[in-house]
Design a protein around this ligand. Structure first.
Ligand code: IPE
Ligand code: IPE
Ligand code: MG
Length: 249
């Protein structure tokens, strides 16, 4: 995979928020908003393919979203299953490598099976890595990394003094991808809502009032244009930035 030009994010992380309000504006059930939201996923995937953005992580369902009314959770599960059934092969055909992060044990068996099937498709040179965060929580991600390292210490394979940012980072989700360069949240809220906490340490944040189902290319163009204008300093002073920025993680 050739490196994208520097002004383009190598990894885009998105909180797809506002489906419920989109439906409410139309006096329709929230479920309809989620269905419209699924269509917007296609928009952003096509956009990344067209622009050469190589990695996209979408927050589809948070660990806290399990606490929504049973009816909404059920509708989301049915939608998730339908989307997996209809899109997985087409994504592979378009050279999109699908992956999932988050706790899967609570998902219905049919969904877990589809996830596993989708992940068995390994593309040798994907144009886009599409990560769906489902049942994901940033704190749980940090906790599982801590647990994994503790197990290694207990097994005598790691010394406590060897635990540093690199070892923790390597035990986190998405350790094999560059950290997100750009974070986008639609729906007007200015918060992270337990999305990628560790991985967003130096990510540029961009917020829009546009509701997720209303996402279009112009919104994404605006986010990328803003991103391209930003100065990422990583703690340095501007004069130091002529030399390449240090890797952060
Ligand atoms: C985001 O939209 C989708 C999920 C969390 C699954 P919301 O359902 O949170 O929509 P709003 O925020 O209520 O409008
Ligand atoms: C964040 O949206 C989770 C997803 C988009 C999947 P929420 O709507 O759940 O977040 P809060 O409740 O506004 O913080
Ligand atoms: Mg919301």
């Amino acid at each position: 995979m050739s490196a994208p030009p520097p002004a383009l994010p190598r990894h885009l992380a998105v909180i797809m928020d506002g489906n419920g309000r989109w439906a409410k504006q139309r006096q329709r059930p929230r479920t309809l908003g989620h269905r419209a939201g699924a269509r917007a996923v296609r928009t952003i995937v096509e956009y990344c393919l067209a622009r050469g953005i190589p990695a996209l992580t979408l927050f589809a369902f948070s660990s806290e979203n399990w606490n929504r009314p049973e009816e909404e959770v059920g509708a989301l599960m049915r939608l998730f299953l339908r989307v997996l059934e209809s899109e997985v092969e087409e994504l592979a055909r378009r050279q999109v490598q699908l992956r999932f992060i988050g706790e899967r044990s609570r998902f219905p068996e049919a969904i877990r099976r589809r996830m596993a099937e989708a992940e068995r498709i390994q593309l040798p040179a994907p144009r886009l890595t599409l990560v769906l965060a489902a049942g994901y929580g940033g704190r749980a991600d940090i906790a599982q990394a801590a647990r994994r390292l503790a197990e290694q210490v207990q097994a005598g394979r790691l010394r406590p003094e060897d635990i540093d940012e690199a070892t923790v980072g390597a035990a986190m989700s998405l350790a094999d991808l560059p950290p997100p360069d750009l974070f986008i949240r639609t729906g007007g809220e200015h918060r992270i809502s337990n999305f990628l906490l560790w991985q967003l340490a130096y990510t540029e944040l961009w917020f829009t009032d546009v509701l997720w189902p209303d996402l279009d290319e112009a919104v994404l163009d605006a986010a990328l244009a803003d991103y391209a204008r930003r100065e990422r300093r990583f703690g340095l002073v501007p004069e130091q930035l002529a030399s390449p920025a240090p890797e952060t993680r």
